[in-house]
Design a protein around this ligand. Structure first.
Ligand SMILES: *[C@@H]1O[C@H](CO)[C@@H](O)[C@H](O)[C@H]1NC(C)=O
Ligand SMILES: *[C@@H]1O[C@H](CO)[C@@H](O)[C@H](O)[C@H]1NC(C)=O
Ligand SMILES: *[C@@H]1O[C@H](CO)[C@@H](O)[C@H](O)[C@H]1NC(C)=O
Ligand SMILES: *[C@@H]1O[C@H](CO)[C@@H](O)[C@H](O)[C@H]1NC(C)=O
Length: 377
């Protein structure tokens, strides 16, 4: 009985390997090493020129006749790998992973995108043949470091089945331009659920976010600038759609710069969209932003001028008051003796000096005071 069970258990494996069981076959025991992503085998005698084919792709040469590398091999999708030997002529194949579980139970149409600069979101649909109690989990694996991260923020359908997931703060997820493998695994009490996976470069799945425009302007020039944010793409061209109040909308292209100067502005509305240089990824148009250049400038300068003038007026008044005050005190100190003095200048001056009256500031008083000061120095 135990032997029968053992035979049953071994049957699928021996079925798969039957073509390499021939003792005369030049390669034996073809297998996938998922950790190193290598298709490998044992050599049997002198063998020359081995190549491998993944499904219907182009053949790849084996390294040292020992293995073929499949960096992008899928751990979920059942794939046919064929190994061909030129001399002696021989060919065999295996399926990896081996078909397992209910094929229609796996998540379908897995798609992922980077969006709003910081976020990575994947969506999928529940497999058509999935059992009622199926639940899905998403994780990503760095294509180079093989570091894995579980996704935490799930979206569920009305049955509570996960149908999407979001990573926040993806800048920590992958700093380098290599890709990520996204895998949705499934669990169920009723059936084995195969996994579903896709391999993607984050730069290629980014939905670019159009930047915000800030403007500095005066009556003749409007200087627009913006800051483009993306962790995975770095070279951009921009399109500006500018609508001045009286004219038809005009589209301007700005190549790999993040500013644009508009002449004779007045009020205008502008929208921007961004196109990545290599992959031509194109963002949506931004929401229109409205700028009122000369009006703002007018109001600004007018209020500035008014306040400047007011300040100048106050300053002048203060200065005048100060001068007057100082003159009064000076005159009070200097002038009282004047009526008793002899004419200090000379005989041309009238000899009858006016008596000084306190509280009156006549032009004559000023002249006298000035003469006194000059003489003292
Ligand atoms: C795998 O591919 C080989 C040809 O490359 C073909 O002969 C074989 O039938 C395929 N196996 C399956 C299960 O499709
Ligand atoms: C999945 O995608 C395929 C091809 O794009 C489409 O035909 C199918 O309807 C999609 N399935 C679901 C459940 O959305
Ligand atoms: C643009 O500005 C809006 C509102 O100030 C803000 O919510 C948004 O995050 C900004 N977008 C970018 C890309 O900076
Ligand atoms: C407006 O700004 C531009 C550039 O900043 C400058 O060249 C120009 O002279 C300014 N015009 C006025 C009227 O201030």
């Amino acid at each position: 009985m135990a032997v029968l069970w053992l035979m049953l258990l071994l049957m699928p494996a021996s079925c798969l390997l039957q073509t390499t069981q021939d003792p005369n076959s030049p390669i034996k025991n073809v297998r996938m090493d998922p950790e190193h992503k290598r298709l490998t085998w044992d050599l049997n005698g002198n063998v020359d020129q081995i190549s491998c084919i993944e499904e219907s792709r182009l053949p790849v040469q084996a390294k040292n006749n020992r293995y073929c590398s499949f960096e992008l091999m899928s751990p979920c999708k059942v794939t046919n790998y064929t190994v061909t030997v030129t001399d002696p002529p021989f060919s065999t194949w295996i399926l990896f992973p081996e078909p397992d579980g209910t094929p229609g139970a796996a998540a379908e149409n897995l798609s992922c995108r980077v969006h709003d600069v910081d976020f990575l979101t994947c969506d999928w649909t529940v497999g058509r043949a999935a059992p009622q109690d199926v639940q899905y989990q998403l994780y990503v694996e760095d294509g180079t470091t093989l570091e894995r991260r579980k996704c935490l923020h799930y979206k569920t359908d009305d049955r509570g089945t996960h149908v999407g997931c979001r990573f926040d703060d993806i800048s920590r997820l992958s700093k380098y331009p290599h890709g990520l493998r996204f895998t949705v695994g499934g669990t169920s009490g009723a059936a084995r659920v195969p996994c579903t996976d896709v391999f993607r470069y984050l730069s290629a799945i980014e939905k670019l976010t159009p930047p915000n425009i800030t403007v500095t302007c005066n009556k003749t020039h409007s200087f627009m600038e913006w800051k483009m944010l993306s962790y995975f793409n770095h070279r951009f061209n921009y399109e500006l759609q500018i609508q001045k109040s009286t004219e038809a909308a005009a589209t301007e292209t700005v190549k790999e710069h993040t500013s644009f100067t508009l002449l004779n502005t007045g009020a205008y509305t502008v929208r921007i969209r961004v196109r990545e240089v290599f992959d031509e990824l194109l963002s949506e148009w931004s929401a229109p932003q409205r700028f009122e250049c000369d009006q703002e400038e007018d109001m600004h300068t007018r209020s500035l001028r008014t306040s400047l003038l007011a300040a100048l007026g106050v300053l002048l008044a203060l200065l005048l008051a100060l001068l007057l005050c100082r003159r009064f005190s000076l005159m009070q100190k200097v002038l009282p003796p004047i009526p008793r003095m002899k004419n200090p200048i000379g005989d041309d001056f009238p000899s009858t000096l006016m008596p000084w009256e306190a509280g009156r500031a006549d032009p004559e008083d000023c002249a006298v005071a000035e003469v006194q000061v000059v003489k003292e120095t």
